[in-house]
Design a protein around this ligand. Structure first.
Ligand SMILES: [Zn+2]
Length: 397
């Protein structure tokens, strides 16, 4: 009881780590069937697992939908500030503590977007499929990260197990050969009448004004892409937010497929019930369904991969493999994000990640449990000395 009073955060965290293991989530799910994909696995590098608390938190922050990210930030900023302000201390100390928590949270958010770090990678035992991304951006896009070259994009994909990616900048065609770590395929993302159409294959420039007048005009783009020998995929979140009532018209006009998972914060909250409706439509008309990292150079991890079979076509040509925490974004109300996101993260841990978390908590507990000698600064010296608790000594001789 005394231990609980002195180290409440560490002990609650330990309890949650064990409790969440009773409701584990798989590392990967097939976004179409909702089952664990056979032959695909998420491999965490040792360096990722050693710092699992940092790795997992940064991943979990990357996979927040926009609405949930806002709610998460508001609740935690207020909570941390209140916790700092209400602890017994002088006024100046309390003010400082009230600022430190929220500031740390913002820094962790920035780290999730920018900090270079080890990332998990998808490996598949099926050599007939290609691990593919259908939708990704470079600095050429108006909202791409400045300086984010195609080579950077390729390295980002390669680190996560991708073998190829279409490069689909906003209204700028990519069709030049690049010597990169993965195969980069030609494409573009056309913006036409509140819809983004990811065009893949041998695309040529179009006059966007022709397709930008109304929904009817936009639908003409699919036939034009077919004339060019390219495919047109309806992108998220636009068809969900702006054209949900037009999906049958999209199919009639020749859309080749739909994104069903997109990792962008505006799109990752696509609800499972609506995904099911799109899957039904796609299955009925033998259309492609795909996942899109929609990477813009920000964030280090993808929430989705595609296992693409060159021998198949239409609905059967592609398997969309996603992180369960990403698929769950649309299932939870935004206001619950402050506790559902950490809970989803903890449930997704592998046993090696869980062991890493527990080790870190114990190391910090030991560090804090050792009484400091007068004049000692906080530091690694105390930690080293604390190991003497376990009588770690060099053998004599
Ligand atoms: Zn995009």
């Amino acid at each position: 009881m005394n231990l609980l009073r002195r180290h409440p955060i560490a002990l609650v965290l330990l309890a949650l780590l064990l409790l969440s293991a009773l409701q584990p989530l798989p590392a990967l799910l097939d976004a179409v069937t909702g089952t664990v994909p056979p032959g695909a696995d998420l491999v965490r590098p040792a360096s990722y697992t050693v710092v699992a608390p940092l790795s997992n938190v940064l991943d979990a922050l990357t996979f927040l939908s926009l609405a949930r990210a806002r709610a998460f930030l508001v609740v935690w900023v207020i909570g941390l500030a209140a916790w700092g302000a209400l602890r017994r201390a002088t006024l100046g100390r309390r003010l400082r503590r009230a600022l430190v928590g929220p500031l740390a949270l913002v820094l962790i958010g920035v780290a999730a977007v920018l900090l270079p770090r080890p990332v998990p990678s998808l490996v598949t035992s099926d050599s007939t499929v290609t691990v593919l991304d259908y939708h990704a951006h470079t600095a050429v896009s108006h909202d791409g990260r400045p300086g984010w070259r195609v080579e950077d994009l390729a390295a980002w994909h390669a680190a996560q197990g991708f073998e190829a990616s279409y490069v689909t900048d906003h209204n700028v065609i990519f069709d030049r050969p690049v010597d990169a770590s993965i195969r980069l395929l030609p494409g573009v993302e056309w913006s036409v009448y509140a819809q983004h159409i990811v065009a893949i294959g041998a695309v040529v420039p179009i006059d966007r004004r022709v397709y930008d007048r109304d929904t009817r005009a936009l639908l003409g783009l699919f036939a034009e892409l077919h004339r060019q020998g390219a495919l047109g995929l309806a992108s998220l979140p636009e068809y969900w937010v702006n054209h949900w009532g037009d999906l049958d018209a999209f199919v009639a006009a020749g859309v080749d497929g739909f994104e069903i998972v997109n990792c962008a914060p505006k799109a990752i909250g696509f609800p499972a019930s609506l995904r099911a409706r799109v899957l039904q439509l796609a299955a009925q008309h033998d259309l492609l369904v795909v996942g899109a990292s929609d990477n813009h150079g920000w964030g280090k991890v993808t929430c989705v991969w595609n296992l693409s079979s060159p021998s198949a076509h239409g609905y059967a040509a592609n398997h969309v493999i996603a992180r369960p925490i990403a698929l769950a974004q649309g299932d939870w109300e935004p206001w619950t994000a402050a506790y559902t996101q950490p809970w989803l993260m903890l449930r997704s841990l592998s046993w090696s990640e869980r062991s890493s978390w527990i080790t870190w908590i114990l190391v910090i507990l030991i560090y804090r449990a050792v009484p400091r000698r007068a004049g000692d600064a906080r530091g690694i010296g105390i930690l080293a000395r604390s190991l003497q608790v376990f009588k770690v000594r060099r053998p004599q001789g």
